[in-house]
Ligand binder design. Structure first.
Ligand code: PLP
Length: 283
């Protein structure tokens, strides 16, 4: 029988777990998380990369950051994984599925314009199997109509479109590091944020409505009622598979040559409550 996927285990996982334990930091957002997100930002050229517990959590965060109101419409391909859709349904969106191209199995960019209505809030191109959607016409339409673009690049880590990393072209990009993906942490994901204006709110969502992120301003908040996806988790795999001596890494050397995903990684997550009121910092 041919396995669907082989989870990468390379033997250094326990070393990194021990390191995290020794640092008294096992909940995520420690040294390893920082190294990992900095690497993603520098390698892909995105303003901010936030590690999440899954690609689904990244999609849910992106949907919340698009500020969808009940009845707003989201255009997505009819062929994708369930959470591309459920992330937006969770925010009250109406889904408008459009057909995929037979050659790539990606959203047919020629069908997007006809699906746009005055209620359209977001277009979600899914880069199936790491093959890029035709992003230029999609971005042109989004810009012309004031629509946000959330790239589901769950399967597209290290792939590019006209020289740009998938996940960095739209307003938000969502990666998955699930065991079945090309870059795995067991479970994990990342939200890539293109524009400065979304970073503060994203940090608060990810830290469950608090300002625990060192990047957040002082806040005094309470839950806005946003759905909470999940809580922090951690995985040793991101670390181990990325280390220079890793056999898995040498098998995948061409694309992994500079990946310092060291860590008891971390991955945090998600949609939480948005802080709804703020106060000045205590003097
Ligand atoms: C296209 C697509 N989007 C989203 C996801 C969800 O990622 P995760 O399993 O990390 O939540 C997947 C995973 O299979 C996927 O293939």
């Amino acid at each position: 029988m041919i396995s669907f996927n082989m989870p990468p285990y390379v033997g250094t996982e326990f070393t990194y777990i021990q390191e995290a334990i020794d640092e008294l930091k096992i909940c995520g957002d420690g040294t390893f998380t920082h190294q990992c997100s900095t690497w993603l930002e520098e390698r892909f050229g995105t303003r901010r990369a936030l590690l999440t517990t899954s690609g689904t959590s990244a999609l849910e965060m992106a949907a919340a950051l698009c500020d969808i109101k009940p009845g707003d419409e989201v255009i997505l391909p009819s062929f994708t994984f369930s959470s591309t859709a459920t992330a937006f349904v969770g925010q009250g969106a109406r889904l408008k599925f459009i057909d995929v191209r037979p050659d790539t199995m990606n959203m047919d960019e020629r069908l997007v314009e006809a699906a746009i209505t005055p209620r359209t809030k977001v277009i979600v191109p899914v880069h199936y199997a790491g093959v890029a959607c035709e992003m230029d016409p999609i971005m042109d339409l989004a810009q012309a109509h004031g629509i946000r673009v959330v790239e589901d690049a769950a399967q597209g880590v290290m792939s590019t479109y006209r020289g740009r990393a998938l996940g960095t072209i739209g307003d938000f990009g969502c990666y998955s590091f699930h065991e079945t993906k090309n870059y795995s942490m067991g479970e994990g994901g990342a939200l890539l944020i293109r524009d400065e204006e979304h970073i503060e709110q994203a940090e608060i969502f990810r830290e469950k409505g608090t300002n625990r992120s060192p990047c957040s301003p002082p806040i005094c908040g309470h839950s806005s009622g946003r759905r909470i996806a999940s809580t922090k988790t951690a995985s040793p795999h991101g670390t181990a598979i990325a280390t220079p001596s890793s056999p898995w890494r040498s098998r995948n050397a061409s694309s992994f040559s500079t990946f310092p995903l060291t860590a008891y990684t971390t991955l945090i997550c998600s949609i939480s409550s948005a802080a709804t009121s703020r106060t000045a910092p205590p003097s």
